[in-house]
Design a protein around this ligand. Sequence first.
Ligand code: FE2
Length: 561
Amino acid sequence: MEPLILAHPTMTATFRKGAILALILAVTVVAAMDASFEGNLAYQSPFLNLPELAVQPAEHHKRHVLAKRDTPDVDVKFIHGAASGDPLADRVILWTKVTPSTTKFPVKVNYEVSADRTFAADSIVKSGSVLTTDDVDWTVKVDVDGLKPQTTYFYRFFAGNAISRVGRTKTLPTPDTPVDMVRVAAISCSSMPHGYFHAHARIAEREDIDLVLELGDYIYEHPESKPIKSGKLGGERAPQPSYQTFTLSDYRTRHSQYKRDKDTQALHLAHPMASIADDHETIDNASRDGAPKHDPKTQGDWKVRMAASTRAYFEYMPIRNEVDKQQYRMYRTFRFGNMADIIFADSRYDGRDLQAVGDINKRKIMSDKQEAWFHNELVSSKAKYRVIANQVMFAPIPHKILGYEIEITSDAWVGYPYNRNRLLNLMATKKLNDSLILTGDLHSSIASNIYSDSLPYNKESGEGALMTEFVGPSVTSESSVFDNKVLSDMAGPVLKLVNKGAQWTDFYRHGYMVLQLTNEFARTEYWYVQDIKKLDGGREILGVVLESKRGSNRITKKYSP
Ligand SMILES: [Fe+2]
């Protein structure tokens, strides 16, 4: 609309008033449509430098917004649930995906954030609308700001005549706020054909969790033909697509399948999540430069595959996009008042050299830039605890036979002594008390005192330890001993030959960890579910409780209820 028309001298007053109203309406509609695309973070592809995989917002405006300034009513369904994640003191990411009856038009999705479950007019604290299209696989991701710290909120989405289920989320306290307790759950390695996600369901039922930490392998790239010794589940849990995922479309299809799991939906609706991708979000043993099982002849260029898996992850997970020099960045920190800094370190992708390749003493598990950031986060932390959330195991694990490296276990920090020793030295020289690591990847429960070979360590008392590590059980993925208790009981003593700090091992059960931090102690609980192969096998037991008295830097108390 041309503003000049408004000033035309021959217009009547009524006509001018109508024209002004029409202008306001048109500007409002166009502005709303503009804001709608930009507000959906799924369009902010992390790979703007790879045009074949990136979404160019300008293209969208041309194709959808400018060509058609209206979103027709289409029949929409919410079958992928809703999720929240990456909470800060004033904001949180909200996520959903729509399934429209036609793919011809953009779908306008409205969201509401409420102080309570009523969503009454006076309870709504934030609302807005964004657009989504097939360009982002109909995903919706908004960063809702202006929220109060340390506050529980409820959220829901609308589109057409459909309404999503209601999710619950919680913001963080501001960094200087005194906090008496923080309680987080930690999960990793959830493979659909391996079993039912009972662990997700049990965490969803809990009222005492501030944040769920997802430590990687939220999806698996495996084909349907992958053998599973402990038995696999078919039907809806059989991989979609049936082959190994390697294109953007494949990864989206796989993520979409996982988001339809009812227990995963319950988990997301109950708690906010902070996640980091591990190798199986792309392919087994992936790193920055490739993966041993990637076949360029049939699966194309590695960088394109990496970008595809990362973009799908970005579209489907409720994480904030941190773009660093046009590459996606997953390392970041969540501050729980004065109690804890939860520092996500990326030991899988950012600057990681290939495992068991080249000179072990020069091999790096992360970029120099990330390491500098990581160490600074630890040293500058003013919180009572530093919780390092990362993908691969830090404690020692057998990784050499007759001097030759074992490729599988060289995956862990022990295969990267350069960075491992530098972190241990930092812990020792800076006297960084009350630090602990939460780890996924290994499909095993291993709780350890972390010590340095170059410093005194008392194996019996644990004195001399610099910190602790808690490797979590998988949600379902088969363990290295094929979920077998007899083999698990044999593996524990073998591990202890190289890991003098091991305090608890369990290689056969599945479940999750709960970490509770207080002024007196850090307490880690290992929760195990009864049977992942059975739909009714979701009963849980508390396997073991491990406590570290504040200032001890080691496990000081262990008991099984
Ligand atoms: Fe895994």
